[in-house]
Design a protein around this ligand. Structure first.
Ligand code: PEP
Ligand code: MG
Length: 758
């Protein structure tokens, strides 16, 4: 803001302050406001349009015909006034009639006036009205005057809301260029359908007071808030949310750049000098930046703008003391959570009954929050660019995370179509639920075992809901991911015991911690503290556990104690060499010997197994097999290693197919190589939860699968329709001489037999 603008705005604000404090009614106040502004800006005309019943209605004017007040009405998007509201943008024209959107209203008598300037009156980032000035002489208004108008518009928004002059609910339908439904495209991270209202994880601050009583006090508040914010940013580097490597570091750098940007602080201080409160000044500067940025079409700048929005919001939250997340305020309706990114613990703070879906600007298939959301059965759409610019708090949202889209502010037609699909999907779910007590048996009478993947205590309830045969993969690292500090041994024991109690007679296979790599924990870092170039192939899983053997010892003891008097199943992740299995088992043996010596009750039996995720292990199965009871193929990691394709890179998400002969022949060989050993073989990656892929696995001789709970019903139904001997023979033929697309060939094979595989 220039000093002239500060002066002009200050002048107007001082006079408006008196108007606002007066006891006259709202309409009288508005009438005075247009007089004050007209005089101060030396304009013949000053008018205020407010949104009422979806239309912009002339509420007060100086200079236009008074008969037009409450008569002239414009639709959002119509005429110059409607364009300002629609775009949430400013217009400054020397010759109003020359603008393509000009719409002449004879009742106002405005033909005499040539120049025109208008600014939106904004409330919660929505236009609720327009303030404009007109002048007989054809001249453009000066920047100083426009800035003064923008400041006044903020004051007006407070006056308008306090006087109940607009219907805030109605204002919800309008925004920057979005007057109707809008489709958001992203990448499905957890499948499913959901509908609800948009809730921002970091809620936008509502500004209550705009005009300052004491300018110096406001300046102090801003200085303190900046200090606090800078402190927070400097601390962030150590948090899980901003783990090492990748784009988070870039974001953090940008945060730092803005947080220490003198231009930003200066502009805020100038806005305070003009008479605004700290909150209003921050928002005022942000509004101006938003308007400027809207005119620049550059995706890189748009990203940086989001960073600045984050920071401005953070600053506002600090200064106003409104610091809780949406979780701490509680969800009142069915909600779809909107965030740039989330930590798993943050997600878990939400009420599971009300939280229906999540939409993120970032996120990847294996990010922690996504792993947790999948476990909670909450659909997630990620990688939605510009999300928080399009969606407003309270907007209605339909999330279709089966097709990579979400619709914001849907029309009744869209809602109806969605509801029909939703109802169908619920019907299907109900039909699957009805299969709960049916054993998964193939058409030719062979028993197949379907287990679930789990990681949280609450997940175990899915065993009885789905009728699954047990937990084929319990990801013990979830407990580590969702806690701020390393879970103590007693806490681990308690969790494992609870899980086994709930599972009853059904087996639970506990996988020892698979942390490190992309699942970094702030409290457990590599000694040198450096990020890794290839975290998926780096210091993770058993590699961490064997090096930090205190960690594995504590976990071994917790598992052995929890398993007292029961059958205990222990599985080691990412085993690449047989000696790694030996070393891990030795840790368990050591703890077992200790417990024996202490005369503690021991498990009835302990069965050890490994995950086959590293291809190298497949070449040494004959060496490993005699030592283990079971082996579970982790197709998520196995695929990334076979194809050298990072599983969390969205660019590669669709590139390789699980139905490639590369994977299927690999699994075929593993199954054959284990035929002579007494080793139970299963698959526990995401692959087994998809119907066509599951059909392929059945064809390869896999009879045990551990899958996401939501897939148990669909896969059980599939099993019942398949003749395992027949698919076995077909698969042997396909893999001996693969067709160009095994996916297409198998789909056709299934369709001929009326087996649904989509
Ligand atoms: C896998 O890699 O297939 C697997 C099941 O383990 P996770 O997804 O936890 O790495
Ligand atoms: Mg894995």
């Amino acid at each position: 803001m220039t000093s002239g603008a500060v002066e002009a705005a200050r002048n107007i604000l001082t006079r408006l302050h008196e108007v606002m404090a007066s006891r006259s009614h709202a309409q009288a106040k508005l009438n005075t406001v247009v007089e004050v502004i007209g005089e101060c800006l030396d304009s013949e005309v000053c008018s205020i349009y407010l949104l009422r019943e979806g239309m912009l209605e002339l509420f007060a004017t100086r200079g236009l015909a008074q008969e037009a007040v409450h008569v002239t009405r414009m639709a959002v998007g119509e005429g110059l006034v409607g364009t300002i509201a629609d775009q949430i943008g400013t217009l400054n024209l020397a010759e109003a009639a020359a603008h393509p959107d000009f719409s002449y209203r004879p009742e106002t008598g405005e033909e005499k006036f040539h120049s025109f300037a208008g600014v939106p009156i904004v409330r919660r980032q929505r236009a609720v009205g327009v303030l404009c000035v007109q002048h007989v002489e054809p001249r453009r208004y000066e920047e100083v005057e426009i800035e003064a108008l923008q400041t006044v518009a903020m004051v007006l928004s407070e006056l308008i809301v306090n006087a109940d002059l607009i219907d805030e609910e109605n204002a919800g339908a309008f925004g920057a260029g979005q007057t109707g439904p809008e489709q958001l495209r992203g990448l499905t991270l957890v499948k499913g359908l959901a509908s609800g209202v948009a809730v921002f994880h970091q809620p936008r601050v509502t500004i209550e007071h705009v005009v300052a009583e004491d300018t110096e006090a406001e300046r102090q508040r801003v200085i303190l808030a900046f200090d606090k914010m800078r402190e927070q940013i400097d601390r962030m580097a150590g948090q899980a949310e901003f783990g090492v490597g990748g784009e988070h570091e870039e974001v953090l750098e940008t945060y730092r750049m803005f947080a220490y940007d003198e231009g930003w602080t200066r502009r805020i201080n100038e806005a305070i000098d003009s008479g605004l409160t700290a909150e209003a000044a921050i928002e005022r500067v942000q509004q101006r930046t938003r308007m400027r940025m809207r005119q620049i079409d550059d995706p890189l700048l748009a990203d940086r703008m989001h960073d600045l929005e984050d920071l401005a919001n953070r600053l506002l939250r600090i200064v106003s003391g409104q610091i809780g997340t949406a979780a701490s305020m509680g969800l009142r309706n069915d909600a779809i959570l909107i965030a740039r990114n989330l930590g798993p613990a943050e997600l878990l703070e939400y009420d599971r009954r009300r939280l229906k879906g999540v939409i993120l600007e970032e996120g990847s298939l294996t990010s922690h929050v996504v792993i947790v959301a999948r476990a909670m059965g909450i659909p997630v759409l990620g990688r939605v660019r510009g999300l928080r610019g399009v969606v407003r708090e309270g907007d209605q949202l339909l999330l279709d995370a089966d097709h990579d889209i979400a619709t914001v502010r849907p029309s009744p037609g869209i809602i109806e179509a969605f509801e029909t699909r939703f109802a169908k999907s619920r019907e299907r779910q109900a039909a699957y639920a009805a299969l709960r007590d049916v054993l998964p048996t193939s058409r030719d009478g062979q028993r197949v075992y379907l287990m679930i993947n789990a990681g949280l205590r609450d997940d175990i309830a899915n065993l009885s809901l789905t009728g699954a045969d047990g937990v084929g993969l319990f990801r013990t690292e979830f407990q580590f991911l969702v806690s701020a500090t390393l879970p103590q041994r007693e806490r681990q024991t308690r969790l494992y015991r609870d899980v086994m109690d709930t599972a009853g007679d059904k087996p639970v296979i506990f996988r020892t911690v698979d942390i490190g790599g992309d699942k970094t924990l702030p409290y457990l870092r590599h000694d040198d503290g450096e990020g890794e170039e290839n975290p998926a192939m780096g210091w993770r899983a058993l590699r961490v556990a064997l090096e930090r053997d205190g960690l594995l010892k504590a976990q071994a003891r917790a598992l052995l104690e929890a398993g007292a008097g029961r059958n205990l199943y222990v599985m080691f992740p990412m085993v690449a060499e047989p000696w790694e299995f030996d070393a891990a088992k030795a840790v368990f043996d050591g703890q077992l010997a200790y417990l024996k010596q202490q005369k503690k009750v021991l498990p009835e039996a302990i069965r050890y197994g490994v995950m086959l995720e590293v291809p190298a292990m497949a070449e040494q199965l004959d060496l490993l097999a005699p030592k283990i009871s079971f082996l579970s193929i982790g197709t998520n990691d196995l695929t990334q290693f076979l194809f050298a394709a990072d599983r969390s890179n969205p660019k590669l998400a669709e590139r390789y197919d699980w139905l490639s002969p590369a994977i299927l022949r690999f699994i075929q060989r593993v199954v054959r190589n284990l035929e002579d050993f007494r080793v139970d073989i299963s698959v526990c990656g995401e692959m087994g939860g998809r119907r066509l892929e599951a059909l392929a696995l059945l064809g390869l001789g896999i009879r045990r699968m551990s899958i996401t709970p939501a897939s148990v019903g669909p896969i059980k139904e599939l099993v019942g329709k398949v003749d395992l001997r027949e698919i076995g023979e077909a698969m042997a033929g396909w893999l001996a001489a693969p067709p160009p697309s095994l996916r297409a060939t198998m789909s056709a094979w299934a369709a001929e037999r009326d087996i649904h595989v989509d």
